[in-house]
Design a protein around this ligand. Structure first.
Ligand code: PGA
Length: 269
C-alpha cells in the first residue's frame, strides 16, 4: 500500500482525478470502478472540468459502480443511478451502453449479480477502482463480517450505515435495509485500487484498516493484501495512524527511477 497524506479533500480529489486522467489518456478504453457518497464528489468535479476544459475524452471508457440499494427504482433521487447521473455521467461523454450500475429492481437478483461479474470480466477487468470507506470499515457495501472473497451479491446494511446514509433520503423515507454490492473478491481483482478517506470520522476505520490485523471485522483491511493500493488521506482521516510520520517519510523519499513510481510522482507536479 502507498499511503499519502494530503492537506485536504480538495487536494485529494485533484490527485485522484489526475491519476484517472493519466490512465484514460494512456488507455482510452480504460475500465473504471466507481463509487458513490460524499468522498468521490471532488474527484468527479475535477474529471468533469478536465472533460469540459482539457478535452479529456471518456467516449471509450467503461464503468462499473460498486453498489445500489435493493428495491429502489433507478429514478429515485437517493438511488446510486441518480447519484451518478447527477454528479458525473450527465456531464461526461460515456455512452450509456458502457455504464454499469447494479440494478436494484432486477427480477432475478442472483442471475443479475452473476451477469454483473461476467460483464466485468468481458470488459477486461477493472483497471482502477475508486473506493470510499464506511465508518465501520466497509468497502462498497461489504459490511463487517463480509467474506473477504465474496462476489457481487445482496447484503444487509448495518444500522450505522443506514444512519450515515439517511442524509440522501427524505426525512419521511426509510433507508433500505438491503443492497447489491460488488464483493470483496470482485474489488480485489481491480489492477489498481484508489482508496480515499477524508475527515476525523474516518480516522478509526482507516487506522484499523491500514495498521490493524486483516479481519472481516474491518473489510477494508483486506487491502493490505492487494498488490497496488494507493490510499489518499487528509490530516483528519490520518489522525489515528500510529505510523503517520513514517508514511510521510516514505512519500518524501519516494524512489522515482522505477517507472510506476515515476509516473505517480509526476502526478504531484
Ligand atoms: P462517504 O461514504 O463517502 O459518504 O463518507 C463512504 C462509504 O460509505 O463507503
Amino acid at each position: 500500500m502507498e499511503i499519502i497524506i494530503l492537506p485536504d479533500a480538495t487536494t485529494g480529489g485533484a490527485y485522484a482525478a489526475r491519476m484517472i486522467e493519466k490512465l484514460v489518456r494512456n488507455k482510452p478504453k480504460a475500465v473504471l470502478g466507481l463509487a458513490t457518497g460524499s468522498t468521490p464528489i471532488p474527484v468527479y468535479q475535477n474529471l468533469i472540468q478536465k472533460h469540459q476544459e482539457e478535452n479529456l475524452d471518456f467516449s471509450q471508457v467503461t464503468t462499473f459502480n460498486l453498489d445500489e440499494y435493493l428495491g429502489l427504482d433507478p429514478s429515485h433521487p437517493a438511488s446510486y443511478h441518480s447519484f451518478m447521473r447527477e454528479h458525473l455521467f450527465s456531464k461526461l461523454n460515456i455512452p450509456q451502453s458502457q455504464i454499469h450500475i447494479p440494478d436494484g429492481l432486477a427480477p432475478d437478483i442472483e442471475a443479475h449479480c452473476a451477469a454483473y461479474e461476467a460483464a466485468i470480466v468481458k470488459a477486461g477487468g477493472i483497471d482502477l477502482q475508486l473506493l470510499g470507506i464506511g465508518g465501520e470499515g466497509h468497502i462498497g457495501f461489504n459490511e463487517p463480517s463480509s467474506s473477504l472473497t465474496s462476489r457481487t451479491r445482496v447484503k444487509t446494511l448495518i444500522p450505522r450505515t443506514r444512519e450515515d446514509n439517511k442524509r440522501f433520503f427524505k426525512p419521511e423515507e426509510a433507508v433500505p435495509h438491503h443492497v447489491l454490492t460488488m464483493g470483496i473478491g470482485t474489488i480485489m481483482e481491480a489492477r489498481t485500487i484508489l482508496l480515499l478517506a477524508f475527515g476525523d470520522g474516518k480516522a478509526e476505520a482507516i487506522a484499523r484498516s491500514l495498521e490493524g490485523p486483516l479481519t472481516a471485522r474491518i473489510p477494508a483491511s483486506i487491502l493490505q493484501m492487494h498488490p497496488k493500493t494507493i490510499v489518499l488521506l487528509d490530516e483528519g482521516s490520518a489522525s489515528k495512524l500510529e505510523m503517520k510520520d513514517y508514511y510521510r517519510y516514505v512519500y518524501e523519499h519516494k524512489e522515482t527511477t522505477h517507472s510506476i513510481h515515476r509516473e505517480e510522482n509526476e502526478l504531484l507536479s
